[in-house]
Design a protein around this ligand. Structure first.
Ligand SMILES: *Cc1c(COP(=O)(O)O)cnc(C)c1O
Ligand code: SF4
Length: 352
């Protein structure tokens, strides 16, 4: 972590770090987080798409609409098929009941070992740190997860830390969610201050969409916290389309990399968003420009309300073979599916 400091934590940091402590309040990202749009009519009015209101699911199908202004700013005005809009707009297709699409598609409840702790894979424990996210993605595989009872950050992280302490085979801790960076920096530090006393933990991984959905989250206080961590730290961001990776996202990624964080990206293959070879190729190329390594391209988890996003396996595999032929190997994400009971995310095989 610290060994990269010398290459640039100097005065020329990206612009989201205030030059003077008064130029922006340290809690600025929290205000932006709170000010996210939660009303479909406002979102559609901003985009000049009022006529889509008739297609919105009542009650947002039980999973509220939520999108930050930063994410909205990258959408195309007047385009009902905008790939970013599709990711956040609760269309009435979500209320369709489709056989095979359930509430717990990936067996999260069976993998729960303590409050907020999911243990599926050898050596790695995933903490569902909190239930909230800056952007609610309509295809989210945890959209039905009982976050109320299951946030690891509740009670000062005590149950999760006790579990980690008593499981010496765990050498990597993943902070996931919800979005762990939706927690305040002091709340994250409360966790890592105790985690550092657990000797068998050797790597920390953070899965967060905030560098994309709310790049202001990557502020000076967060970078200070990252600097002080004793472990190599991996941050897996989540972007599905190059249009999400605007200049503010690039600046956040540059800052993270300069502070020694290793950056990866995971995407979900989504009909109408990124189910095209050109879109996937451009996404990988743009990630490379940002210093982010493409990691996973997930086949959709079959969660109720998401069926209209599914790309059939045969089509997914055909797209992937074309992508393989058009990208250098190091820019090719792994096309995987999560299968309950398997020891890892599995490469997609042609079946259906
Ligand atoms: C996906 C996942 C991980 C991480 O898997 P990697 O293949 O190491 O990225 C760990 N724990 C759980 C519960 C997961 O779902
Ligand atoms: S940011 Fe991640 S956890 Fe949150 S809604 Fe989107 S996919 Fe789900």
């Amino acid at each position: 972590m610290r060994d990269w400091d010398s290459i640039g934590t100097g005065p020329s940091e990206p612009h989201m770090i205030p030059a003077s402590p008064h130029a922006a309040q340290p809690e600025d990202w929290r205000r932006q987080y709170r000010d996210a749009i939660t009303d479909a009519r406002i979102l559609l009015a901003e985009l000049g798409l009022e006529h889509l209101a008739a297609r919105i699911a009542p009650d947002a199908a039980g999973f509220p609409l939520r999108v930050t202004r930063a994410f909205l700013a990258r959408m195309r005005h007047g385009d009902p098929d905008d790939p970013l809009l599709r990711q956040v707009l609760p269309l009435d297709e979500e209320t369709r009941v489709v056989p095979g699409f359930g509430l717990d598609a990936v067996g999260d409840l069976a993998a729960r070992d303590a409050r907020g702790v999911l243990h599926k894979y050898e050596g790695r424990a995933l903490l569902v740190a909190t239930g909230s996210c800056a952007v609610n993605c309509r295809y989210c595989f945890r959209r039905h997860f009982p976050y109320g009872e299951e946030a690891a950050a509740a009670n000062g992280w005590r149950e999760a830390l006790d579990w980690l302490r008593s499981n010496p085979d765990i050498d990597e801790v993943l902070l996931s969610g919800g979005d762990p960076l939706a927690l305040s920096t002091p709340k994250l530090a409360e966790f890592t201050d105790t985690l550092r006393t657990i000797g068998h933990v050797r790597r920390l991984r953070i899965h967060s969409r905030l560098p994309v959905a709310l790049p202001a989250r990557i502020d000076a206080a967060l970078l200070d916290w990252l600097d002080a961590l004793p472990w190599p730290t991996v941050l897996v961001i989540h972007a599905n389309h190059a249009q999400e990776l605007a200049d503010d996202v690039a600046a956040a990624c540059t800052a993270l990399a300069r502070h020694g964080v290793r950056l990866y990206n995971q995407s979900v293959l989504l009909r109408g968003v990124n189910d095209s070879v050109d879109v996937l190729k451009t996404l990988s190329e743009r990630l490379f420009e940002l210093g982010v390594q493409p990691y996973y391209l997930h086949q959709l988890d079959r969660v109720a309300g998401t069926a209209h996003f599914e790309v059939p396996d045969a089509h997914a595999l055909a797209l992937y073979e074309q992508l393989r032929a058009r990208l250098p190997g190091y820019l090719l994400p792994r096309l995987v599916r999560e299968m309950q009971g398997m020891p890892a995310k599995m490469p997609l095989q042609g079946t259906s």
